[in-house]
Design a protein around this ligand. Structure first.
Ligand code: SAH
Length: 254
């Protein structure tokens, strides 16, 4: 049995209880060493076989899983944040299906949630934006044309860019060329929830310069949109005293 587990964004106490329990019980642990906090390894039992997948290719990862499963061992595959976001889990799951090896998936706190928490930010402010676009700049991995930065920028939604901190200047330029004003609020969060977390609130115009000044070029998220600075949002309907819900009667003077 293989358990895919989300490790959370960094702080070791942001893994789920289920995820930690699975680490405590597993016989083999394969963790994404580039971004998973090594403090989580302390939950592994004595004698647990531990592999850092930063040094492995897909075939090697699958071989470790295959061997362990044949010996009746339990494997945890620990991914950073939530495994469903840029986690490259599908290709592993398809191989496991082919080999007839059972697996399941335990979610984790994605770094985009960790970054919002670091900023005390709400991505979906009424009257400002009700959508969050999670995307990335094109790198070695191609982005479908319809999902280009320029195409997605036209929605004026809140945008969260993963895997793009290496070219913040290029990103900001694309967004501005696509019509987002240079004053659009923007936040850059480096290593959200880690002890060396850094956060910058800026605008598209000065984002690249600010990031350079702080030495940020990787392991960061770039959040773009008026929610970063919005002062002119509308209050929620859910907690409006004049608004009835299934659970609460209105308290208005009607
Ligand atoms: N599955 C992960 C994302 C993996 S892709 C998740 O749900 O968060 C790796 C990218 O995620 C990094 O390049 C960076 O953009 C972002 N990232 C991961 N951890 C981060 C953190 N603690 N703070 C800021 N960005 C992070």
């Amino acid at each position: 049995m293989v358990h895919f587990v989300g490790a959370g964004p960094g702080a070791p106490d942001l893994i789920t209880i289920r995820g930690r329990d699975l680490i405590e019980k597993c016989d083999v642990l394969i963790y994404a060493g580039s971004l998973v906090n090594p403090e989580l390894l302390q939950y592994a039992k004595e004698g647990c076989e531990i592999h850092n997948s930063a040094y492995l290719n897909l075939d090697e990862v699958i071989d470790i899983m295959k061997k362990a499963d044949a010996e009746g061992k339990t494997v945890v595959r620990l991914h950073t944040g939530d495994p469903s976001i840029y986690g490259a889990i599908r290709e592993q799951m398809d191989e496991l299906n082919r080999l007839g090896i059972e697996f399941d998936d335990t979610p984790g706190v994605s770094s985009f949630c960790g970054a919002a928490a670091a900023l005390n930010l709400e991505y979906t402010l009424p009257g400002v934006s009700q959508s969050v676009i999670i995307t990335r700049m094109e790198g070695r991995t191609k982005v479908p044309e319809k999902e280009s930065v320029e195409a997605l920028a036209s929605h004026d939604s809140t945008m969260v860019f993963f895997l793009s901190a290496g070219n913040i200047e290029g990103l900001a330029n694309k967004l501005m060329e696509a019509g987002r004003p240079a004053e659009t609020p923007c936040a850059i969060v480096y290593k959200a929830t880690w002890p060396d977390e850094k956060k910058i609130v800026c605008t598209l115009r000065d984002a690249a310069q600010m990031a350079e000044k702080e030495g940020i070029s990787k392991t960061a998220l770039i959040i773009v949109g008026d929610v970063v600075e919005a002062g002119n949002y509308e209050k929620s309907k859910l907690y409006d005293k004049d608004f009835e819900t299934e659970y609460r009667k209105a308290h208005g003077d009607k």
